[in-house]
Design a protein around this ligand. Structure first.
Ligand SMILES: NC(=O)c1ccc[n+]([C@@H]2O[C@H](COP(=O)([O-])OP(=O)(O)OC[C@H]3O[C@@H](n4cnc5c(N)ncnc54)[C@H](OP(=O)(O)O)[C@@H]3O)[C@@H](O)[C@H]2O)c1
Length: 268
């Protein structure tokens, strides 16, 4: 099968990085099943894709936190495509809050979406990936998945879990012939920051130097073409993650300087 005939499922495809990924894959000739909760946004993307490359794309309205909805969505992919060559786990939410301000419900929702939802979708899609051609899974993490940061401790922890899932899963599924990749985008200009809970209105990041979602989408496509265990889209963050293991105090000081604001590096 040529790359052009590949069958993909993209979660989080109603906006931002997932939408950009779906658009790029469709432009490259993939059949794309789009999954997210917001039906009108999802249907609008599907309709655009249909205009550009045909009617084979699917809009699957589902909440990754809900096992029955995930099962139903994957069943629809099975009925339409019979197999999956690429699964992109992009659905995710943020939580901008100091630990002192965390509330149980959004905290649970964060881990249910970013961690449990990703695992559920992987589990549910496995039989289709087994039938796929050179099947690839790309899990969208974040540069903060390899380096915790203040004000987003819970979010960074959920993305650290995504890195850990990638490490274990790529060995579990090697025998299945399925490549598992972790992609760590840096700051990207999407609606992510408006959507996330921010109870004490911590300063939102300056998006002026942020990546465009299309750049991350190209990172997903590159991993499908040439799978790699892990790819960070910012080498400085990658280096900071390594430094955090080797010289954590130095890494803290560098991070605090980079973040600015009122954060302080620990003095002891
Ligand atoms: N923007 C950044 O700076 C940045 C940096 C690094 C990593 N990331 C990661 O990139 C991914 C995409 O984020 P984005 O920046 O593109 O933000 P976004 O535009 O807010 O996209 C998030 C997507 O996830 C979907 N989603 C959220 N909860 C869901 C649920 N329970 N079930 C199904 N779908 C759900 C949303 O769709 P519905 O609301 O329609 O369900 C939306 O399509 C996330 O995993 C995020 O952590 C973002």
């Amino acid at each position: 099968m040529t790359r052009a005939g590949r069958r993909a499922l993209v979660s989080g495809a109603s906006s931002g990085i997932g939408e950009a990924t779906a658009r790029l894959l469709a432009a490259e000739g993939y059949s794309v099943a789009l999954l997210a909760r917001r039906a009108p946004e999802l249907e609008a993307v599907r309709a655009d894709l249909a205009q550009v490359s045909g009617p084979q794309h699917l809009a699957l309205v589902a909440d990754v936190r809900c096992p029955a909805e995930v099962r139903e969505a994957v069943d629809a992919v099975a009925a339409a495509y019979g197999a999956l060559d690429l699964l992109v786990n992009c659905a995710g939410v943020g939580y901008r809050a100091r630990v002192a301000e965390l509330e149980p419900e959004p905290l649970r929702g964060l881990f249910e979406t970013n961690v449990e939802g990703l695992l559920l979708l992987c589990r549910q899609a496995l039989p289709l990936l087994r039938r796929g051609e050179r099947a690839v899974v790309v899990n969208v993490s974040s540069v903060v998945g390899r380096r915790g940061i203040p004000g987003q401790v819970a979010y960074a922890a959920s993305k650290a879990a995504v890195h850990s899932i990638g490490e274990g899963l790529r060995i579990e599924w090697a025998a299945e012939g399925i490549a598992v990749c972790t992609l760590a985008p840096a700051l990207t200009a999407t609606g992510f920051f408006q959507a996330q809970p921010n109870p004490s209105e911590l300063a939102a990041p300056d998006l002026s130097g942020a990546d465009e979602p299309a750049r991350v989408a190209r990172g997903v496509l590159a991993l499908d073409r040439r799978p790699a265990p892990e790819r960070s889209l910012r080498y400085k963050w990658h280096a900071l993650g390594l430094l955090s293991l080797l010289a954590p105090r130095l890494a803290d000081r560098i991070l605090v300087r980079r973040l600015g604001g009122s954060w302080r590096a620990p003095s002891r």
